[in-house]
Design a protein around this ligand. Structure first.
Ligand code: NAP
Length: 454
């Protein structure tokens, strides 16, 4: 940067070293360059890029909190992994990891200070401005110079950011096409992503809005935020979203407990987008015993939530998939479980919490308060029947999402059991409906009048 200011030219980056870097996305060659600014950029190169045109390329702005620590305030970590996966899939490409771009160029500490401003109500642009900083101070000349040293003739640029396209073009890079890098939004980064779309003109950073159809063959992100509704903060419990898939005749499983797969692929992608939008996903131990779900995000690009199981006596088998280390697991149990079982789970880094007993197993209010204290603001409840029923009868559900599949199975597991309702007017009233027609299924969502807000 200093040298560039002196003579108006971008100095040629100096290669410091190169070495193979095996990653979970496959093998890259990492090449380190000292740039004119004095900063060191890394180029993760896959295949032969020298002299090549239309090279799949990501110029990734460093984000310690998102890339390394898994912060959900931004979409950076998910985008980084998505880009590496795309480049590995293409067989040839490069990811330039740009240091010094932290917080759109304001640096780590000021980025954290800007988060304080955001918590006070500023959006991601205003926050920088309130601190007397620029909204976006990034410069792409050094990244362009690295691509030129690598001999890349033109790029297919993985980005949603038109500013990055413009910056690279101005620095002499031929951008042949722009490929979007949408990620399923989390309730914690939705406002940030919307601001990037509205004020920085990013192209659909949250992926496909659920409109008429979700196309199963596309691996794009799904924006499930309309289904989730307006997340309301409660004092002592998370915002609770109840979601299940049912047959047209209201069953969530057959009488033998089979529920795979009631819904089609589009509806299941939406379920994964809902997980990606929430801090935690909860089921009862009955669902673990019947279905052995992983409860991770796999069908859309997004972060997996913490997995929570209500299991008062620890009936869960030790080889349950939910105990695998893909995402954090919280088991809420009671004094009725054997202490040695709790200890065995803790040895596997599972967060085991002993709750008071309630009429249906674990006392729901205590469970929700414990989750709130653990930092869970948004909780997706995915069943099964007993948990759906106890959540509804406790009055803790804020939003209900029901996927209705075009199939009738007759007697089976009812989605909702007895709620003690004798008159229609005593039923749980639902408002603020949204309807989405998918290729196979129809997805409904409503606000539920919550009856517990201590
Ligand atoms: N279609 C769908 O969307 C969908 C989704 C999920 C599941 N399912 C189906 O649902 C069936 C499982 O339903 P399920 O009713 O057996 O299982 P569940 O609701 O997942 O689990 C119920 C068990 O959780 C424990 N629990 C602890 N605290 C509880 C509380 N406060 N409220 C309710 N339960 C509590 C109880 O066991 P303890 O007393 O031992 O603690 C209870 O028996 C399976 O057939 C599965 O395939 C369908």
């Amino acid at each position: 940067m200093l040298q560039r200011r002196a003579n108006g030219l971008t100095p040629r980056p100096r290669e410091l070293t190169r070495v193979p870097l095996p990653t979970r996305f496959g093998l890259f060659e990492v090449r380190a360059f000292e740039c004119g600014s004095g900063l060191v950029y890394l180029a993760l190169v896959r295949g032969e890029v020298e002299g090549q045109s239309d090279v799949l390329t990501r110029v990734h702005s460093e984000c310690l909190t998102g890339d390394t620590l898994g912060s959900l305030r931004c979409d950076c970590g998910v985008q980084l992994h998505l880009a590496l996966r795309a480049i590995a899939g293409a067989g040839t490409g490069v990811l330039v990891y740009v240091t010094g771009h932290e917080g759109r160029g304001i640096g780590l500490i000021d980025k954290l200070r800007a988060y304080v401003e955001q918590d006070l109500g500023a959006d991601t642009l205003e926050a920088n401005l309130r601190l007397g900083l620029v909204a976006d101070g990034r410069d792409y000349a050094d990244a362009a110079a690295v691509l030129q040293v690598l001999g890349v003739r033109s790029v297919r640029l993985l980005t949603n950011n038109p500013g990055k396209v413009e910056g690279l073009r101005c620095a002499g890079i031929s951008v042949a096409t722009v490929e979007p890098l949408a990620t399923a939004p989390h309730s914690r980064n939705l406002a940030y992503m919307r601001t990037k779309q509205r004020r920085l003109f990013h192209a659909e950073p949250t992926g496909d809005i659920i409109a008429e159809q979700i196309f199963p063959e596309m691996s794009r992100a799904v924006d499930a935020s309309e289904l989730i509704g307006a997340v309301r903060q409660h004092e002592a419990r998370p915002y609770v979203v109840l979601k299940y898939a049912q047959t047209l005749d209201g069953r969530i499983a057959t009488s033998t407990g089979d529920s795979k797969w009631i819904s089609g692929e589009g509806e299941r992608r939406i379920s994964h987008a809902l997980r990606a939008a929430c801090d935690a996903v909860l089921v009862g131990v009955g669902t673990i015993l019947h279905d052995d779900p992983q409860l991770t995000v796999r069908m859309v690009p997004g972060a997996s939530p913490a997995r929570v199981v209500l299991d008062s006596t620890l009936r869960m088998p030790s080889n349950a998939k939910i105990l695998e280390p893909d995402a954090p697991t919280i088991v809420l149990t009671t004094q009725r479980s054997e202490p040695f079982r709790r200890e065995a789970l803790r040895q596997r880094h599972v967060d085991v919490q002993v709750m008071p007993r309630g009429p249906d197993g674990v006392d729901l209010r205590s469970a929700l308060t414990a989750l709130c204290e653990a930092g869970v603001q948004t909780l997706l409840v995915e069943g099964g029947a007993k948990v759906i029923t106890s959540m509804l009868s406790s009055g803790v559900v804020d939003r209900i999402i029901v996927g209705v599949a075009p199939i009738i199975i007759g007697r089976g597991t009812e989605a909702v059991g007895a709620l003690g309702t004798t008159l229609i007017k005593e039923g749980i009233a639902l408002t603020n409906r949204s309807i989405h027609v998918l290729a196979d299924d129809v997805v409904f969502s409503w606000d539920v009048a919550s009856r517990w807000d201590p």
